[in-house]
Ligand binder design. Structure first.
Ligand code: GAR
Length: 218
């Protein structure tokens, strides 16, 4: 069954574009039901409109508080009846009232090897910590910021002389295939959240899936 995806994004939308390109190329059995953003200048909204998709701006300042903003945002998303909500560079905290009813149906891509380097400026955090390996994670969203069960990760080396920009580019290049491969597994019914843990091919308790160099899960 073709997976109906709602995408939430605050920024340039390169992860969204990777999804749109894979759907168009027939390499991901999914359709994008719409794109939602908290920022009118988000590149993701322009990409959605270019692709002829519904693009919805739900501005925080038009709502009394975070709870009211999330209520309006998710009411709009629910109206599109997605199977899965993908946070692809959505930079606002989502309140527990909005997350909890959607657990197992909402994922996020985060630019670090979680549980390391939650929150913002993850590449700076990695450089300051002096790690020799960094990367990206896709996880189910829970009320715990960047703390939900990790589904899959992609690893990159940290090289001598790296600055934040160089490291961010190396990670982003792996984010796109990581997100796509995770979506393929979810679309195929191979990955789900059960009793708060990730279940892969019927097994629980395994380490997160790892994206191999040939861009398939090892
Ligand atoms: C990506 O690097 C994504 O991992 C990150 O924002 C970027 C969005 O890029 N997300 C977070 O930091 C969430 N905490 P994009 O707009 O080009 O897809």
């Amino acid at each position: 069954m073709t997976l109906r995806i709602a995408v939430l994004a605050s920024g340039r939308g390169s992860n969204l574009q990777a999804i749109l390109d894979a759907v168009a190329a027939g390499t991901l059995d999914a359709m994008v039901a719409g794109v939602w953003s908290d920022r009118g200048d988000a590149g993701a909204l322009f990409r959605a409109r270019d692709a002829g998709l519904p693009a919805q701006l739900v501005r925080p300042r038009d709502h009394a508080d975070r709870r009211a903003h999330d209520a309006a945002l998710f009411a709009s998303i629910d109206a599109a009846a997605p199977d899965l909500i993908v946070c692809a560079g959505y930079m606002r905290l989502i309140c527990a009232e909005a997350v909890e009813p959607r657990q197992g149906r909402m994922i996020n891509i985060h630019p670090s090897l979680l549980p390391a380097f939650k929150g913002l400026h993850t590449h700076r955090q990695a450089l300051e910590a002096g790690v020799d390996e960094h990367g990206a994670s896709v996880h189910f969203v829970t009320a715990d910021l960047d703390g939900g069960p990790v589904i899959a990760q992609a690893r990159v080396p940290v090289r001598a002389g790296d600055d934040e920009t160089a490291l961010a580019q190396r990670v982003l290049a792996r984010e796109h295939p990581l997100l796509l491969e995770t979506l393929r597994w979810i679309a195929a019914g191979r990955v789900r959240l059960e009793a708060g843990t990730v279940r892969v091919d019927g097994r629980t308790g395994a380490a997160p899936l790892q994206l191999a160099a040939n861009q398939r899960f090892a």
